[in-house]
Design a protein around this ligand. Structure first.
Ligand code: 2IT
Length: 449
């Protein structure tokens, strides 16, 4: 129950309409926790029905994706694009290929993306898409045929000024290349319609590193503000050894932090004296997995089966969940706190559920939500769009310097807003309100549309 009657009513309406969309409802509730501090102070929100409008995607497409596997069998998946909000710029957000993909997950991700993109300060609206297709174990030719089939429908909904997809779970440079190639062919147009492209055809240097590096830049800002210190010498654990976790480990190491625990989808390793980060980064880059090999190649380090146990085993000061949504629940939050963790910064999108976030915020654990702390990825996607529009390429150093400044600015916006609402350590509140305010101003200025 919120203080605001307006929010209670809208939440009830959303639940009545989409009650089965668990992940989406959970993202809305987490956002409403923050909105409860503003709706009664700013009468424009209810007057212009901003909340009702902002929880409804502007457009959702879902379509059949038939493709032929290597044995000649015809397979069928479902493709989606959720175009959530274009008030401040073209829809922007990744494509996810994973068995778990459904409308609820993509709506939750598109909703979050709207505020994340707003926080970057760049002109990007929010969107997300994907398919219930699992690229693991598929041949390159199968992945290519799948991407091409998907694009024969998606191409009509996207464009450099309409909707600019990128990667997410299961979608990396290979998938982007196949989708971009077919988009170009179908439209007979070379444009920056995708980001996360290879450097050879318009990609940005620094994009592969951006989410993980940006996460550590954000951690540095948190530590500077709240602890008057830096990540140097701090004990840190990371979940997930994909694009985000691997790059976060690399930057952590460079900044002198001590990685004591890390997981992949099979399990995790823990060494209170610090793990061998160059080994992990190399394995993670090559195959996304490292933990079983690590335990074999490093005497005295035990392999624990299943990634989930890490939260209760690995003693740390800072936790960086970088795997996927819903990996930390209230009981994990309690274990982390009991083990000495005083700060959790999300590298994935909503790895903590709403109860875990409430626990952190009321039990003295500093918490930063992915929509602020993992915004480095989409921020550099925004820089890729700029470079494509300008027909030029910036150096890695130039992109990295801009990324660092953007992450500093995001932290400042979140913190200033949290202070303004009398909750100086509640970065989730600051992120939601600061991200929301810009989108709301644009929606009001543009009338009912
Ligand atoms: O969750 C995210 O921010 C992304 N998957 C990146 C989106 C993008 O457009 O680069």
């Amino acid at each position: 129950m919120y203080k605001s009657e307006y929010l209670n009513r809208v939440l009830e309406e959303v639940k009545a309409k989409h009650g089965e969309q668990k992940e989406f409802i959970s993202a809305v509730e987490e956002f409403f926790d923050s909105m409860d501090f503003v709706v009664d102070k700013d009468p424009r929100i209810e007057k212009y029905s901003i909340i009702e409008r902002i929880v409804e995607p502007e457009r959702t497409v879902s379509f059949r994706v038939p493709w032929v596997d290597d044995s000649g069998k015809i397979r069928v998946n479902t493709g989606y694009r959720v175009q959530f909000n274009s008030a401040i710029g073209p829809y922007k957000g990744g494509m996810r290929f994973d068995k778990s993909v459904n409308l609820s997950i993509l709506k939750f991700l598109g909703f979050e993306q709207t505020f994340k993109n707003s926080l970057t300060g760049l002109p990007m609206g929010g969107g997300k898409g994907g398919a219930d297709f699992d690229p693991r174990g598929k041949s390159d030719a199968e992945v290519m045929r799948f991407c091409q089939s998907l694009m024969t429908e998606l191409f009509r909904h996207i464009g450099p000024n309409t909707d600019v997809p990128a990667g997410d779970l299961g979608v990396g440079a290979r998938e982007i290349g196949y989708m971009f190639g077919y988009y170009k062919k179908l439209r007979d147009e070379w444009s920056g319609t995708f980001t996360g492209k290879n450097f050879s055809y318009g990609g940005s240097l620094g994009r592969p590193e951006a989410t993980g590096y940006g996460l550590l830049y954000f951690v540095e800002e948190m530590l500077k503000e709240f602890k008057g210190s830096s990540v140097k010498g701090k004990k840190v654990i990371i979940s997930g050894s994909g694009k985000v976790g691997g790059m976060a480990a690399e930057k952590l190491h460079e900044l002198g932090g001590v990685l004591v625990g890390m997981s992949d989808i099979e399990g995790f390793v823990y060494d209170p004296n610090g793990l061998d980060v160059p080994y992990i980064v190399e394995k993670a880059k090559a195959k996304g997995m490292f933990s079983k090999d690590y335990a074999k190649d490093h005497k005295g380090v035990e392999w624990h089966e299943g990634p989930h146990g890490m939260w209760g085993v690995a003693k740390c000061e800072i936790a960086l969940p970088c795997a996927t949504q819903g990996e930390i629940h209230e009981e994990d939050a309690k274990l982390l706190k009991a083990n000495g963790c005083y700060m959790l910064v999300e590298g994935a999108n909503m790895p903590c559920d709403v109860e875990a976030i409430r626990y952190f915020n009321t039990n003295g654990v500093l918490f930063a939500p992915g929509k602020a702390s993992n915004a480095g990825g989409v921020a550099v996607s925004g820089l890729e769009m700029s470079q494509n529009a300008l027909h030029l390429s910036w150096t890695f150093e130039e992109v990295d310097a801009r990324l660092k400044q953007i992450m500093k600015d995001i932290f400042k916006k979140c913190h200033d807003t949290a202070v303004k609402y009398g909750q100086p350590t509640n970065i989730a509140l600051g992120a939601n309100i600061a991200g929301f305010e810009k989108v709301m101003d644009a929606m009001i200025a543009q009338g009912v549309c």
